[in-house]
Write a protein that binds this ligand. Structure first.
Ligand code: DAH
Length: 340
């Protein structure tokens, strides 16, 4: 019986060498290791042998079985590798085919403009301070010196989330946040971000837009510092020959309040459609921080003073790049966006 097992193993291994594909390999497994194979029947019948033969036959039969299983696995592995190599040979890739173009994104014009603004104010020592788009009525209006029912609230109609919570209409509430966080340090920050207004959408106005707010608080800050900062910004953003004009204005959170205009970049001050034949373009609202606002931020107006300003981001980009419709910024039309 032992002799027979040795022969059986030799025969099986020889047969395995002749196997050349996976179908033949399956056949080999059924024939030599399967339920009806000779080896299996020997294993099944070990119990019927005379007791002296049983251990040796049982051990050898199991060894043969294991050897055949290992040989089967090796063969299967080798066949798989061969098949893969053949497949690779037969379906060789053509590396001379042109590649598929990778589409590269770019920064949105608003982002590019914002970054340019950060760089200019950064060079003048202003940090960037971000504050939330969703604000409370108190921060958006109340603490900026516009108590409930103040008529100035009518300038900023917005989207309400609840009776007290709204989408901010301007970046000015960030002034209160930064003051409360920084007191008693002097402050020099710009506050960029999205603002929202319940507005008719036209070529000149959107219901969402970016603003950049500026705030400086210190011990001897004056209107001259404000005008110097704005003039410098205009020259760096639009070109060295730009001039600034200051008009008196009104904002509840500044006293005195001003508006700054710049000579029209398109007609050089002669008068054109863009500047509505005035020769001047509006740059921003600004002023000296109102004592009430300073106090709401935690700064004593008898010791501290400050200036603030706020302007839109799309408008300056429109002037700079001759874009005549603000809706293009939010239209997601790649033909427009790819130009910048
Ligand atoms: N918050 C104003 C607006 O949205 C802009 C503004 C005006 C901001 C004067 C200021 C300021 O900080 O001093 O129209």
């Amino acid at each position: 019986m032992l002799q027979k097992l040795h022969e059986l193993k030799e025969k099986a291994l020889q047969a395995l060498e002749m196997v050349s594909d996976s179908d033949e390999l399956d056949g080999w497994r059924v024939g030599h290791l399967g339920r009806k194979s000779e080896l299996n029947s020997i294993l099944r019948n070990v119990g019927q042998l005379i007791p002296e033969e049983r251990p040796a036959v049982g051990r050898l039969a199991n060894q043969v079985k294991l050897a055949l299983e290992v040989a089967y696995d090796d063969k299967a592995e080798a066949l798989k590798r061969q098949e893969l190599e053949r497949a690779l040979r037969e379906q060789r890739s053509d590396v001379t085919l042109p590649g598929r173009p990778v589409s590269v994104g770019r920064l949105h014009l608003s982002t590019q403009t914002l970054r340019e603004i950060y760089a200019i104010f950064g060079a003048m020592g202003f940090q960037v301070y971000e504050s939330p788009d969703v604000e409370t009525d108190e921060l958006n209006f109340g603490l900026l010196n516009m108590p409930p029912h103040h008529p100035a609230r009518d300038m900023w109609d917005t989207f309400w989330i609840s009776d007290e919570v709204l989408l901010r209409t301007h970046t000015s509430p960030g002034q209160i946040r930064v003051m409360r966080e920084r007191y008693p340090e002097p402050i020099r920050v710009i506050l960029p971000g999205k603002c929202y207004r319940y507005e008719q959408i036209t070529a000149r106005s959107e219901h969402q837009f970016y603003q950049v707010e500026g705030l400086a608080v210190g011990h001897a800050i004056t209107m001259t510092d404000l005008i110097g900062t704005l003039s410098e910004f205009a020259r760096r953003f639009y070109g060295p020959d730009r001039r600034i004009r200051i008009r008196g204005s009104y904002f509840p959170f500044t006293e005195p309040s001003i508006e700054a205009d710049m000579d029209c970049i398109l007609c050089g001050g002669e008068g054109c459609r863009v500047c509505r034949y005035s020769g001047w373009l509006e740059v921003c609202g600004a002023g000296m921080v109102h004592p009430v606002v300073l106090r709401n931020g935690g700064y004593d107006p008898d010791e501290w003073s400050g200036f603030a300003f706020g302007f839109g981001v799309e408008r300056p980009a429109m002037v700079k790049y001759s874009i005549d419709d603000i809706r293009l910024f939010y239209g997601n039309d790649l033909r427009f966006l790819r130009q910048f």
